[in-house]
Design a binder for this molecule. Sequence first.
Ligand SMILES: [Cu+2]
Length: 277
Amino acid sequence: MGILNKLFGITECGSVHGELVDNMLELVHWFMLILGVGWTIFMVYVLLRYNKRRNPKASYAGVQGHATSHIEIGVIIVELILLLGFAFPLWAQRVDDIPPDADVQVRAIAQQYSWTFHYPGADGRFGNTSPFFYSGNNPVGVDPNDPNGKDDVVASELYAPLGKKVVVGVTSKDVIHNFCLIRARVTTDANPGSMNRVWFIPTLLGKSEILCGQLCGPNHGTMKGEMTVVNDTEFIAWLKEQNTVGAMAAAAATPAPAPAGSPGPTNSVPPAEPPVK
Ligand SMILES: [Cu+2]
């Protein structure tokens, strides 16, 4: 990691492409540092050189040379190269060049103020989803009549296998949020009614934070999720332990008796919503 990135306390990078993001960040910080120091020196020089005592009479002609214009044009050229040469292509690779052979497909569904994750399950196919199907027992809005959706996995955490291509589809149930995975150096808005996709290859095992990167309401600051990167076998084992859409629907249809020793009746589960045509 570059000196300035380290100085500013940037989170350790945990994705393959993240090095490129960090390099650009380091470069931009150096560029801004040079500009900031340069302009500060120039300002101090102007204050001393053109003070009232040394220049009792104002110059009506002003600056005659073109040095500052040349510096300005130079700065614009460097900024254009940074933006068009590095930033745009890097971003396009994350959001446009989605690999068709992704190892893991997952959807991150934002709501005030939490994240829910939706995996396609053993068949590798997501069930059809619609905002009309969102309910307490169907937090990812899978069509209850779609057979592809029965084995879909619902989780409150994001798990990802190390070194694999992970594609995250991001959407929202209510307002605009932002899926911000700092360690993996990816972020994209969560907009209701659309699915923004972004992808990465995790390179660091362990847990890291998922933040909401858009001011989405009074408790925006508490809207945190967690990503855990594990090895392949642990990932498959974890996936098997999670709730499925089919199991949640079945549990809702037949309320289980209260477990022995439980403190009285629990909150009743509302009946499933009728399918919307
Ligand atoms: Cu949010």
